[in-house]
Design a protein around this ligand. Sequence first.
Ligand SMILES: Cc1cc2nc3c(=O)[nH]c(=O)nc-3n(C[C@H](O)[C@H](O)[C@H](O)COP(=O)(O)OP(=O)(O)OC[C@H]3O[C@@H](n4cnc5c(N)ncnc54)[C@H](O)[C@@H]3O)c2cc1C
Length: 408
Amino acid sequence: MNETTRIVIVGAGHAGGSAVALLRQYGWKGTITLIGDEPVPPYQRPPLSKAWLKGEASAESLALRPAKFYADNDVEMRLATTVAAIDRAGRTVTLADGEVLAYDHLILATGARARKLSIPGIDLAGVLELRSAADADKLKAALLPGTRVAIVGGGYIGLEAAASARALGAEVTIIEREARLLARVASTSLSAFFDAFHQEQGVAIELNADVAALEGEGGHVSAVRLADGRAIPCDVALIGVGAIANAELASAAGIDCAGGIRVDLSARTSDASIFAIGDCTHRPLHHYGREHRLESVPNALEQAKQVASALTGRKLPAHEVPWFWSDQYNLKLQIAGLSFDTAETVLRGDPSSNSFAVFHLAADGCLRSVEAVNAASEFMAGKMLIASRKPLARERLADMSVSMKDLL
Ligand SMILES: Cc1cc2nc3c(=O)[nH]c(=O)nc-3n(C[C@H](O)[C@H](O)[C@H](O)COP(=O)(O)OP(=O)(O)OC[C@H]3O[C@@H](n4cnc5c(N)ncnc54)[C@H](O)[C@@H]3O)c2cc1C
């Protein structure tokens, strides 16, 4: 590497913004160009459905780094700029306006986008999604006391938005196609807990409910029509039905993709001079012996470390256990690991106390994942136990008189 070696990063989100900082921290002397299609420097998305939506965090606090950080660290920022194509043979990217930029190493950090529903009425005013700060601005403006919000999708974003909307005095109905909330991402016990908790907070929940159409009056949404014919009246409809990797740029350039851009544990794609990090990737999971796409800040940070290490010749970072969090009302949910190949679950603590953990064990007794609600030590110790692959006695795990420290 010398001072003229060029890194171009496509996507100025959490992963791209973190990669910039780590590259400089690890001693990258070459040029760095960070290109992002949003008009603002990298920011944190998690507060958009939580503290920021409730008005408890300022817009400035969302920024990943102070604006001057980029100039101070000699990073060329190209905001409100879309990369339209990659020429792998020529090692260039073409911007939407036709400008061509050369790279020696390219990092794709294009993230994911909200999945769209193709149903009648989806383009009505008042039908919103929540991925960007601009989306959050629109949602926040609509959430007034008494506003009727229909949230289509009972995943984490839907549930967090529901909790924030209730805090703002809105009337909330969650409409979920599956038989339980968080069906794709959580155990049945956790789903049942969150279902009951949201209902206690005044949220109406419709399960097994397929949305057939959005109906409007004067061009503005007025109801969600379900497949069984019922209508849920609303002033705002928030569609939160998952996210899709922005992998088209890579796949159009012939880079190996599988529901995300395939990378190895140094975040390298099938093209040795192109890396990919964050929500856009389909990545190996060291602790699980398989590949998967993760959507989380810890994943974006881990892969930013991987690429910065690979490009600066540092030893690759240790393999992390994937983890996630979600804040709803006064509940802090922390999840470590993934529930692949599990044989049994063990409950520790009492869900009625709003502090408990569900451990998921493989057939050999090794811990695969833990879902911890207001249970920080179960989460922390669980993360270490997953990495240690040490078989656990279920009775001791369930026994609150045995400390998590002792289990370690
Ligand atoms: C509302 C919300 C709440 C969340 N809460 C949590 C949470 O509690 N905990 C957690 O761990 N994670 C949470 N997440 C997920 C977390 O924010 C993401 O995992 C993280 O932002 C991923 O970072 P990224 O850089 O890969 O993608 P992004 O942050 O999405 O950044 C990608 C950027 O690339 C841009 N881009 C795409 N294509 C191009 C192109 N061709 N040219 C230029 N720019 C392009 C995109 O517009 C975007 O700005 C939440 C996400 C949302 C939306």
